[in-house]
Design a protein around this ligand. Sequence first.
Ligand code: SF4
Ligand code: MG
Length: 316
Amino acid sequence: EFDVSAPWLNRMLERKPKLFVKAVDDVSFSIPRGSCFSIVGESGCGKSTVARLVTGLYSTSGGQITFGRGDAGRPVRVQMIFQDPQSSLNPRWRVGDIIAEPIREMKLRKTADETRDRVEELLRIVGLAADDATKYPHEFSGGQRQRISIARALASEPELLVCDEPTSALDVSVQAQILNLMRRLQLELGLTYLFISHDLSVVRHMSDMIAVMYLGRIVEMAPAEKLFTDPQHPYSKLLLGTIPDIHVPNRDREVQNGEPPSPLSPPTGCAFHPRCPLATERCSKEAPQLRAAGRSMVSCHAVQKGLATIPARRQD
Ligand code: SF4
Ligand code: MG
């Protein structure tokens, strides 16, 4: 299990309120080994910050991240796959050297021959040819470059892969191929994924659990199929293209589309209240807490009072 819990950044924020944006707050989840946990939300919701905290690219000023044991009892290895392989692959290096670097650095193979064999094996695993090792990144398409970055991530034999929008720069058909590859690799290699996306449809078939984030907080966390068939939080319904049904109060108000407010000055109370069709006065004053609602965890006063449990209706 990989546990992430926080109040992130709080202490630092209190001291230097102008310098730090509270990017994530009170975010807790654990990821069972071999599963895929996805975080979904609009840009600025803090999902990438959580990803970078987990990989150690950012450090926390509060809260903790704990990892179970890795394979053979060693510490868990975490690798990250980014949205844009163009900028994460060194253009002056041959693909074979890009993939071999972690193998050499971590001394995972004894000889140059073994390292070369391993690089060729990794290229095959991600659907590329062994002789692609001699080419440079610019000789490949966007989808192929993402395959190269996956091969490089796998080279260090990680247990946990943190994937930040790995397919959002790709065409839809290529996107599906990369997602299928990642799904297959997960099953074959027993990988654990923390998957970050702004697009719920991308994570639908990847995920075991999905957390929906809004302005630095998890507003709903549920098993994937539960979230898709029975979303609870008004914001989850917005992301899924559904709106609360006519039986709920304020029926003439729709969920406000458009951009979320700035994380620099989040709204008081429930941060979603300016866009929420169910908002009451309480919502603008008192922040809801994440609580169990059936098999979901939901942070919403209306849901917790049983007011938003009427099934949502698909708009399309
Ligand atoms: Fe809407 Fe209030 Fe629930 Fe926030 S707490 S999502 S404003 S009903
Ligand atoms: Mg991001």
